[in-house]
Design a binder for this molecule. Structure first.
Ligand SMILES: NC(=O)c1ccc[n+]([C@@H]2O[C@H](COP(=O)([O-])OP(=O)(O)OC[C@H]3O[C@@H](n4cnc5c(N)ncnc54)[C@H](OP(=O)(O)O)[C@@H]3O)[C@@H](O)[C@H]2O)c1
Length: 372
């Protein structure tokens, strides 16, 4: 039986890579992508640009009729679709992948809630309709491992414990959305996927976004951060984009829906912040010089000094919680599901240089923004 996959967030890093993975591995699967844009042609164009960045060798012309782009917005009732279009969609889909979100950490709470919580309610209303009238087999909700907020220690996949506080409106509204999705689990075939910090492709370094890991490294490169402000032993749970997409694809399309939650994380293999920074400084020494013609060095005394203008300090504060809390994400469900798949997390030191090569080649994403 062939699949028809409805996906949100296909112009994003994770949705885009997952879509490429489906096209690559499942030749009989059709995809319907909900994309923002004033016309289907504009939306299609935006989406093809994303595919070219993430996978330039991918032949967009060969996709042909396998992808249908529809214009819509998850914050709107019925995703902005007419009654007829919404019902037709519900009758067609076998799988729903909800990857769209507002991932900025600094959105005002009401804006973040509109996209992440209300948007999820709207996508789940499609799932409910599809379960009534269609042939729905799996609904994947892309959550985040950081619904754990400020919790430390071990974080398990199927627990859903409210933290004392959240680091930002993103975590809070993703938690609210996940809680809502959990209430639907008895009635719908839902799979929750919780990635940690997603970085570029382990083979090519390619990525559309340069967030949590990249920003502090950029500040070190620019000589703005003069010292580590955290315990160097703090684990930094990062996963490369291709591993995340392959793992998600396998769980969704090669295993039976189990109603479980899966951490797409490095888990026990997460590198320590100190080793990431040390590796970065070695990379700079071997490949580049710093902004002033010198490789920046870090004060190892760990006295917490950061210099810079107020804007930089504010930006660093945004990333601080991800560098300071000692927590470990258990990924037993994921490892069990991936057994025999051949999909394994590559070691961080094996791909970190590739991330940096790409990062410098596109000037920390600036070149991509100008090309868009
Ligand atoms: N990046 C990470 O490290 C990370 C880690 C854990 C979990 N996650 C989760 O993974 C998912 C994907 O994240 P990502 O990194 O791929 O984010 P991203 O690159 O910023 O992509 C976000 C996607 O959501 C779409 N979107 C936003 N608002 C929308 C709206 N109102 N209607 C329709 N589409 C909308 C964006 O479309 P436009 O192109 O129109 O803006 C884009 O396609 C999210 O649910 C996120 O919470 C991400």
């Amino acid at each position: 039986m062939s699949n028809t996959v409805f996906i949100t967030g296909a112009t994003g890093n994770i949705g885009g890579k997952l879509l490429i993975t489906i096209l690559d591995k499942d030749p009989n699967t059709r995809i319907i992508a909900l994309i923002r844009g004033e016309s289907a042609a504009v939306a299609q164009n935006r989406f093809e640009q994303v595919l070219r960045v993430l996978s330039p060798e991918f032949d967009t012309a060969a996709i042909g009729s396998r992808i249908r782009v529809i214009c819509g917005d998850i914050t709107q009732y019925q995703l902005g679709l007419s009654d007829a279009a919404f019902d037709k969609l519900a009758s067609e889909v076998t799988h729903i992948i909800h990857s769209a979100a507002g991932i900025q950490f600094t959105l005002p709470l009401d804006c973040a809630r509109q996209v992440n919580f209300v948007g999820t309610i709207n996508v789940m209303s499609l799932a409910q309709r599809a379960a009534e009238v269609g042939q729905l087999r799996n609904v994947a909700y892309i959550s985040t491992a950081y619904v754990c907020g400020d919790r430390d220690g071990w974080i398990y996949e199927d627990e859903s414990v409210a933290p004392q506080r959240f680091s930002n409106t993103y975590e809070q509204t993703k938690f609210e959305a996940e809680q809502y999705v959990r209430t639907l689990m008895p009635a719908l075939p839902i799979t929750i996927l919780r990635p940690s910090i997603v970085v570029g492709d382990s083979q090519t370094g390619r990525t559309l976004t340069f967030n949590v890991l990249y920003s502090p490294l950029k500040f070190i490169y620019k000589g703005i951060i003069k010292a580590l402000t955290c315990d160097p032993a703090t684990p930094l749970d990062v996963v490369p984009l291709d591993y995340g997409a392959s793992a998600a694809h396998y769980i969704l399309f090669r295993t039976e829906p189990t109603g479980k939650t899966f951490h797409i994380v490095a888990g026990a293999a997460a590198p320590a912040v100190g080793s990431v920074v040390r590796h970065f400084l070695i990379y700079l020494g071997q490949n580049l010089t710093g902004m002033n013609g010198r490789v920046p060095s870090l004060d190892q005394s760990n006295d917490g000094r950061i210099t810079g203008n107020p804007r930089t300090l504010q930006l660093m504060a945004v990333f601080d919680p991800y560098l300071k809390v000692t927590r470990h994400f258990d990924n037993s469900n994921t490892l069990t599901a991936l057994q025999g798949s051949g999909i394994t997390l590559p070691p961080f030191t094996g791909y970190f240089d590739k991330l940096l090569d790409y990062c410098f080649a596109v000037n920390w994403g600036r070149t991509l923004r100008h090309a868009a």
